[in-house]
Ligand binder design. Structure first.
Ligand code: ATP
Ligand code: MG
Length: 400
């Protein structure tokens, strides 16, 4: 069967008006970008769906790549036919004959083109009858058919489709603005980044490292995680923050029970400044309520009080095993569990306060001038632009 199109159906049909336009334009841009290795194809964006015109390309690898693009609800292979009942009958018959393991079928006609001479119900019967007469041992089952042939009669042509393949859902990356992800090398923050991207958010990342206490390998791990995130749509910039001097100062100057809270607050202050410089309006973290000392309600309160930025915490109510299963499903887990030193664990006190009090934190911080340290750090940030991982490029090559 010579399928010549892929029909892409959008998710979230509730999106209307201007939003819808932003959404579909962004989706088309993202689709074109990830399919740039297929120069022959053409992407046609319509108000209610998108077509990939295959122009002779093999649809299988294209469908596989599209399954990772957020904003696609589902897709189907399609054959484009002229709006001529006889031609539609011929093509539908061929489609039925060439699909394997079909004992039962059903025809569903959608006639949005009212100039087509036959009504939907009538055409179901006309076409169903034609298919029955011209095949052996195949019958109609309107409830659980092995094959549902959808006949979509539109103004410009008719599209015959069969199976619907689920897409990744969500919204197209880039349609919901930008966030700055606090990316450690752990399991949680990459998953938080992935879930935020799924809601259409484009990410930049910030990573705090403390050489020589944390190694180059720890940084490489973060780059590898960012590459994975980049494969969901956009390249990801990582702002690598040299954090050693500030951490040492906190360690020296702040009572140990409070040093972790203060360190987190410094991370927030620096992140907010980096976000502002890059036109970003929110932060994302991998915090999950109750997981560790820094993630109790009291800790979150004391840490959060240092910034007015919205902090997106997609994992806040998730169990660790739920987070791990997402991490595995998106192929991040093996990178996340590589051994490494995190800047936070290096200086973490033996007994951090699990219920820090905000007045105390502010009092301790107030006694020390941190502003200058923050300004100095901001001047020494290294920014790395990360494209989709070689591995995903490799996957494309393998598929080709
Ligand atoms: P993760 O698995 O993401 O490391 P975690 O369970 O280890 O999270 P914490 O160490 O308390 O939790 O960190 C909470 C959040 O703070 C992380 O999810 C991440 O968003 C941010 N964070 C922690 N360490 C760093 C770092 N070195 N650089 C950037 N962000 C960090
Ligand atoms: Mg961690």
């Amino acid at each position: 069967m010579q399928y010549d199109h892929i029909v892409i159906r959008y998710g979230e049909l509730g999106l209307k008006g201007r939003n819808r336009k932003i959404f579909t334009t962004q989706l088309a841009k993202n689709v074109r970008k990830v399919l740039r290795h297929f120069p022959a194809i053409k992407v046609d964006k319509l108000r209610d769906r998108m077509y990939i015109v295959l122009n002779g390309e093999n649809p299988e690898p294209i469908m596989e790549i599209c399954q990772k693009i957020f904003g696609i609800q589902n897709m189907s292979l399609a054959v484009k036919v002229a709006n001529d009942p006889e031609r539609i009958k011929e093509e539908a018959l061929q489609l039925l004959r060439e699909t394997e393991n079909v004992q039962t079928f059903k025809v569903t006609t959608k006639r949005s083109n009212k100039e087509f001479p036959i009504g939907s119900q009538e055409f179901n019967q006309v076409l169903g009858g034609h298919l029955l007469v011209n095949t052996d041992d195949i019958s109609v089952d309107v409830h659980h058919p092995d094959l549902e042939i959808t006949v979509d009669i539109r103004a410009e042509a008719t599209y015959l489709t069969s199976r619907k393949i689920p897409g990744a859902g969500g919204l197209p990356v880039g349609s919901s603005g930008k966030s700055l992800l606090l990316l450690s090398g752990g399991i949680d923050s990459p998953v938080a980044g992935y879930l935020t991207m799924k809601r259409g958010v484009q990410l930049e990342a910030i990573h705090f490292h403390s050489p020589p206490y944390t190694s180059e390998r720890a940084k490489e791990k973060v780059v590898d995680l960012a590459e994975k995130l980049a494969s969901y749509g956009h390249s990801v910039k990582i702002h690598v923050v040299p954090f050693t001097a500030l951490q040492q100062k906190i360690h020296r100057e702040i009572p140990h029970g409070y040093s972790m809270t203060v360190m987190r607050r410094m991370m927030m202050r620096i992140s907010e400044r980096v976000a502002e410089r890059n036109g970003i309006l929110s932060l994302v973290t991998g915090e999950s309520l109750g997981q560790v000392a820094s993630q109790t309600m009291e800790s979150m309160h004391a840490i959060n009080a240092v910034t007015n930025f919205p902090i997106i915490r997609p994992l806040v109510a998730m169990d660790k095993d739920e987070i791990i299963s997402i991490s595995e499903a998106i192929d991040m887990y093996d990178i996340s569990i590589r051994p490494f030193e995190d800047c936070c664990t290096v200086f973490v006190p033996k007994q951090p306060k699990t219920k820090p009090r905000l007045e105390k934190v502010e009092q301790f911080e107030g006694n020390i001038a941190f502003d200058q340290d923050i300004e100095e750090i901001l001047d020494t940030i290294e920014t790395i632009e990360v494209e989709a991982s070689d591995q995903s490029e490799q996957q494309v090559d393998d598929l080709l």
